[in-house]
Design a protein around this ligand. Structure first.
Ligand code: PEP
Length: 249
């Protein structure tokens, strides 16, 4: 049975005052049949995890280094995230790929370290606007996933997030047919590479301008097992609408 996951990526937003949103989410979803994940900036991981305690929401990082420790100023090791109370980490978000020139090989190395350290790696992929228009979407996704997902991936330690770059933070959303085409394609890639048992049970999230108003129709698309949400995860009032849509999907 595949896990349904509603994951929020706060990106470079949030201070300790923002933890009040977590309290509101805990109150709204005291026992959810979905997994709920919040990935705050690194400065808040420890405080958020402590605030949630044994509650139903998981805390995650937004990135980790491939090395366990060392001279990497400003970076965070997977073990540090675990120490701070995180259970997941996003790797290969398009903003990391663009802003920090991360390659598929970099992302694979990070995911390998993250999973070996006990974290669930949420591995992102997605095409640019130009690639979509040029008809290259499936080729791009296939190449990114072949390069980014480590050989040790299992349904327990890996989640894939499909996030078309042109849909992130823009209010533009692919058609349901376009989302379904890519998610079905990703499912086939996972089954071909890891076999049915693993490939059929790795959750695939859609990300890109998911809102409470469009979540239900997106969650009804085949092989969409949840969402990776940016802007609409910052406020509990918005994120809870998306979580509720996933709970009833
Ligand atoms: C994201 O950055 O992962 C994302 C999907 O952002 P938004 O929901 O704001 O489009």
């Amino acid at each position: 049975m595949r896990k349904k996951l509603a994951a929020g990526n706060w990106k470079m937003n949030g201070t300790t005052a923002s933890l009040a949103e977590v309290d509101a989410l805990l109150a709204a979803h005291p026992a959810s049949k979905c997994e709920i994940l919040l990935c705050p900036p690194a400065t808040l991981v420890s405080a958020m995890a402590a605030r949630i305690g044994d509650g139903p929401i998981h805390t995650g990082g937004q990135d980790c280094h491939a090395e366990p420790s060392g001279a990497h100023t400003g970076d965070i090791a997977a073990g540090m995230l675990v120490d701070a109370g995180a259970s997941h980490v996003i790797v290969g978000h398009s903003e990391r790929r663009q802003d920090h020139n991360e390659t598929d090989a970099d992302i694979r190395a990070k995911a390998t370290t993250a999973t070996a350290t006990g974290l669930v790696a949420v591995i992102c992929c997605g095409e640019s606007d130009n690639q979509r228009v040029a008809g290259q979407t499936l080729d791009v996704i296939g190449t990114q996933l072949a390069g980014s997902i480590p050989d040790n991936a299992t349904a327990a330690n890996t989640v894939v997030a499909y996030e078309p770059i042109w849909a992130i933070g823009t209010g533009k959303v692919p058609t349901l047919e376009q989302i379904g085409e890519v998610h079905d394609f990703i499912r086939k890639i996972l089954i071909d590479r890891f076999g049915t048992e693993t490939g059929d049970n790795i959750s695939i999230l859609y990300g890109g301008s998911v809102k409470p108003t469009n979540a239900s129709e997106i969650f009804a698309v085949s092989n969409v097992d949840g969402a990776l949400v940016g802007g609409a995860s910052l406020k509990a009032a918005d994120f809870t609408g998306i979580i509720s849509a996933l709970e009833t999907a």
